[in-house]
Unconditional design. Structure first.
Length: 215
């Protein structure tokens, strides 16, 4: 069975999508553990309700990022996962950690990468007068938000959008594309070699896109 470890810091809404898709049989995988750096993360309750083992590794108990990342890597390795999923994990990971899990660590970023790496992506899209925005599922590499993109989701930007309304629409597309990307990986449909993606044996020159038309 394809094994996942999910890292969270907050509510775990994307985690819930993985739980639901696994329970319905849409994703052929199991979540071996949910790990949080915050003991009050609501996602831990979601995991416990689903019978998934949970681990709390409070970053405040460590003297520096390196020691936290070393402990985190050891815990993850103990579950021997095939894939590690960042699902609202609010920690910057060290280069050594990311390299250790090369091609096994994925994240979702709220923009159409390579646009708007980093923070405040919704605000930046609005300020620049963009017509569309979205989210990207990508492999994690040491360079911020620069790993190979697996799948993107687009949403229209409306004339009366605020940061909050746009963020809400982006969350909707996140909940569609993140499980789909994990399904491809779990099924073996998606493979990566030398930073090049192959979907069902076909080389991907640009990431597939799903569009949320009505928002």
């Amino acid at each position: 069975m394809y094994k996942l470890v999910v890292l969270i810091s907050g509510s775990g809404s994307n985690l819930q999508q993985f739980i639901d898709h696994i329970e319905t049989g849409d994703i052929d995988a199991e979540i071996a553990a949910v790990i949080s750096n915050r003991p009050d993360a609501y996602g831990l309750q979601r995991a416990e309700k689903a019978g998934i083992p949970t681990v709390v590794l409070d970053h405040k108990q460590f003297i520096d990022r390196q020691s936290f990342d070393q402990s985190l890597a050891q815990i993850i390795d103990s579950f021997t996962p095939d894939l590690i999923i960042l699902a609202g994990f609010m920690r910057i990971l060290s280069d050594a950690f990311v390299t250790h899990f090369s091609n096994k660590l994925i994240n979702i970023h709220p923009s159409l990468l390579p646009k708007y790496k980093g923070l405040h992506t919704h605000r930046r899209a609005l300020e620049n007068g963009d017509q569309e925005h979205g989210a990207s599922v990508h492999f994690v590499i040491p360079e911020l938000d620069a790993g190979t993109v697996i799948l993107q989701g687009k949403v229209p930007i409306k004339a009366d959008d605020s940061e909050d309304s746009l963020a809400e629409r982006v969350h909707k597309i996140e909940h569609i594309i993140y499980p789909k990307a994990v399904k491809w990986l779990a099924n073996g449909d998606l493979k990566v070699k030398d930073n090049i993606l192959f979907l069902k044996g076909e080389k991907i020159t640009s990431p597939p896109v799903i569009t949320l038309e009505d928002g």
